[in-house]
Design a protein around this ligand. Structure first.
Ligand code: G3P
Length: 243
């Protein structure tokens, strides 16, 4: 358990003054897809790194935890954890603490993904821990109201993803555009410096273009790349949406 002194040392959330991973962002989540582990994760990371160098679009990749360190020391793009636990570094077994992500070369972490939900208190705690270490927190929300409530932790990025569209072929930007515009407006009132990303079903150049038109700063994508027959082509099409 953390002592009151530990909590005080972290202090309240402080506004993020810059976009640590880019003003706009293409974030690729490899989840735990069997075809995206180990060597395959590195291969996908290299494809993304190459596409980013060619297009100038800011990108980041979130591999499974065992792959984070290897990708972080090999690639020239930011590598994020998919989750961190809001526990202090020390006598803990089986947890991923923010300090371990930093020591491995990671640049931040997703938090509260629909496939790894946390309590509000855990999100706040994990966010503060990442912020205190200078790591990027990408907090996930399910809808505009969830986004508004989670924005109080003043994350660097807040990614809104309707769970029912995750993993499908209908993009949130086409199927539920109001989720993006309403989330952008809601977050703006609480955390004006937080960049809003959107995700769920984003597959095409036009899906990305529309997401940006609706006010988001980027996209959080998985299956369009992780299940693609030609991942390089899929990445190129998605990054074209930023042009
Ligand atoms: O974290 C990305 C995400 O949940 C969206 O997944 O497969 O719909 O792009 P997908």
């Amino acid at each position: 358990m953390r002592s009151a002194r530990d909590r005080d040392a972290l202090g309240p959330p402080s506004p993020t003054n810059d976009a640590p991973l880019g003003e706009q962002l293409f974030l690729l989540n490899l989840k735990a897809y069997p075809a995206c582990l180990g060597e395959a994760a590195l291969k996908l990371g290299r494809l993304l790194e190459k596409a980013a160098a060619e297009t100038g679009v800011p990108v980041a990749i979130a591999p499974s935890a065992p792959d984070l360190g290897r990708l972080a020391v090999t690639l020239n793009i930011p590598v994020l954890a998919q989750h961190v636990d809001a526990v202090l570094a020390g006598a803990r077994t089986g947890y991923t603490v923010p300090e371990a992500v930093q020591a491995a070369g990671g640049r931040g972490s997703l938090l509260n993904h629909s496939e790894h939900r946390l309590t509000r208190a855990e999100v706040g705690e994990a966010s503060r821990r990442l912020q205190a270490l200078g790591l990027a927190d990408v907090v996930c929300a399910q809808d505009p109201e969830d986004a508004r409530q989670l924005a109080v932790v003043l994350p660097a990025y807040l990614a809104v993803e309707p769970p029912e569209l995750i993993g499908g072929n209908r993009s949130v930007s086409m199927a539920r555009p109001e989720v993006i515009s309403d989330s952008v407006a809601a977050v703006q009132t609480v955390a004006p410096l937080t960049r809003v990303l959107c995700g769920a079903g984003v597959h095409t150049t036009e899906d990305v273009r529309r997401a940006l038109e609706l006010g988001s700063h980027g996209v959080l994508v998985a299956s369009a790349v992780t299940r693609a027959a030609d991942p390089a082509r899929a990445i190129a099409a998605l990054l074209e949406g930023f042009g």
